[in-house]
Design a protein around this ligand. Structure first.
Ligand SMILES: Cc1cc2nc3c(=O)[nH]c(=O)nc-3n(C[C@H](O)[C@H](O)[C@H](O)COP(=O)(O)OP(=O)(O)OC[C@H]3O[C@@H](n4cnc5c(N)ncnc54)[C@H](O)[C@@H]3O)c2cc1C
Length: 413
């Protein structure tokens, strides 16, 4: 398919997404895109036509990642306009996120191993000048591989990359530049507005051949040239003779941690809004005595967060908290105790925090809050409770269950 045919399919317009970090902007983007979530998405989604031509994908990931708009809202809007069969492709993509979240909940040691590996690689960079120079060239977009350099710059300046570009970039990072995968995953996590512990870590592992063991993703010139419609045709030799990475650790499956249901909430409470679910108030049975917003975004990495990702998270939190104070990781404990005392409550209610920096901050704070007579209740949405147990083996097992999951959630007949 040629660019001009795709643009015709899409109505002939070019389109730069407006990534304003508000719920209103996310809903506006959903409204704009939902019409195209059926056959048009199915036909055109794989093309990366550049930062000013994003009409073939939803570009909703920054809002969905913070749950400023929810997966459920996205699926409802899609099914209001298309029969399931026509929008199946798009709904499955949304479920890739659900799958990754559920899979990491069942295999939390993967996140911990990534954290340990990342810290080890950061130390190697401090010791090894050649490695340091290679990483600097890669992240500054100075490798001489034109497409890779352009995506590095796009990531840092816009905070977003098309899915296909993410796959090619990760593959070139690991197999052509031969850089440690953890440093590449960290570069993404620090700069993507949608940077997510589950989707990012597991996708990098998938490219490396660690997730689907022994089956790495290979970036090929012909594929890049076709799906960028000739914007890039790397003359630089890409390594296609690759061997999957391997690891010694065996990540055992564990049961889903316990969590409360919204109906369990009784009495007065302080609502804690985090970047894991900024709309959790919508499912709670009654209003809180007070609310507070807390970010753990900087804890995504030991290295500084990219400006675009940080600004999206801060803006989104300010929008979700309607202007009240936002606290940063490190200052949570004091701020939560003060806020509980000011509101005269001894219960904090928050959205369930899946594996990642928020979950770590909550589990660090919980015993010390308890010592002050304050308990934290994490409320898990029905969407996650119903879907996550299906993240067992590969995605294709969950995919088969999507119609019944949607039925149970009353999102589809
Ligand atoms: C190496 C690598 C790293 C990635 N890191 C992240 C990340 O940190 N955060 C993140 O949200 N996604 C990540 N992805 C998945 C995917 O690339 C993005 O979700 C998608 O490109 C976001 O753009 P969109 O909203 O236009 O997607 P669309 O194609 O419009 O899809 C709609 C929604 O479905 C979900 N989705 C789509 N594809 C995937 C996928 N492959 N995996 C998980 N969810 C998906 C997203 O929530 C997305 O907003 C990564 C993929 C790769 C290959």
């Amino acid at each position: 398919m040629k660019t001009k045919d795709i643009i015709t399919d899409l109505g002939g317009k070019t389109e730069v997404p407006d990534f304003t970090p508000t719920r209103a902007a996310g809903l506006a983007r959903l409204e704009l895109f939902a019409e195209r979530a059926g056959e048009v998405y199915d036909r055109c989604r794989n093309y990366d036509l550049g930062p000013d031509q994003r009409e073939n994908v939803s570009a909703l990931s920054p809002w969905i990642r913070h749950r400023l708009i929810t997966e459920e809202e996205v699926i409802r809007a899609t099914l209001a306009r298309h029969p399931f069969e026509k929008a199946e492709r798009f709904i499955h993509e949304v479920f890739w996120r659900t799958y990754f979240k559920g899979w990491l909940e069942h295999h939390p040691t993967v996140w911990h191993a990534y954290q340990v590996g990342l810290r080890r690689q950061i130390k190697s960079v401090d010791r090894d000048r050649r490695l340091a120079a290679s990483v600097t060239h890669a992240t500054a977009g100075e490798t001489g591989i034109e497409c890779f350099d352009a995506w590095a710059e796009e990531l840092v300046t816009t905070g977003y990359l098309h899915n296909h570009a993410r796959m090619w970039f990760a593959s070139i990072w690991i197999f052509t530049l031969e850089l440690p995968w953890e440093l590449g995953a960290d570069f993404f996590l620090r700069h993507l507005m949608d940077g997510d512990p589950a989707s990012n870590t597991l996708a990098w592992r998938w490219v490396a051949g660690l997730q689907t063991k022994g089956r790495p993703y290979i970036a090929r010139v012909s594929n890049i040239s076709k799906f960028t419609d000739g914007r890039f045709c790397p003359t630089h030799q890409l390594n296609t003779n690759v061997t999957a990475l391997n690891e010694e650790a065996d990540h055992l499956r564990v049961p889903l941690p316990d969590a409360a249901h919204a109906d369990d909430i009784a009495g007065d409470y302080l609502l804690l809004i985090t970047e894991e679910d900024m709309q959790i108030a919508d499912v709670l049975p009654h209003a809180p005595a007070a609310h507070i917003g807390a970010l753990a975004t900087q804890s995504r990495s030991p290295l500084p967060l990219g400006a675009v990702a940080r600004e999206f998270a801060c803006g989104a939190m300010q929008d979700a908290c309607a202007g009240s104070d936002v606290i940063e990781a490190g200052a949570w404990l004091e701020a939560l105790i003060t806020a509980c005392r000011a509101a005269g409550v001894t219960t904090i209610v928050t959205g369930y925090a899946p594996v990642g920096p928020v979950a770590t901050a909550l589990s660090d704070a919980a015993p010390r809050l308890l010592a002050e007579g304050i308990k934290i209740i994490q409320v898990r949405r029905d969407f996650d409770t119903v879907a996550w147990p299906h993240a067992t083996k590969g995605f294709f097992k969950m995919k088969k269950e999507v119609p019944s999951i949607l039925q149970r959630l009353q999102l589809h007949q």
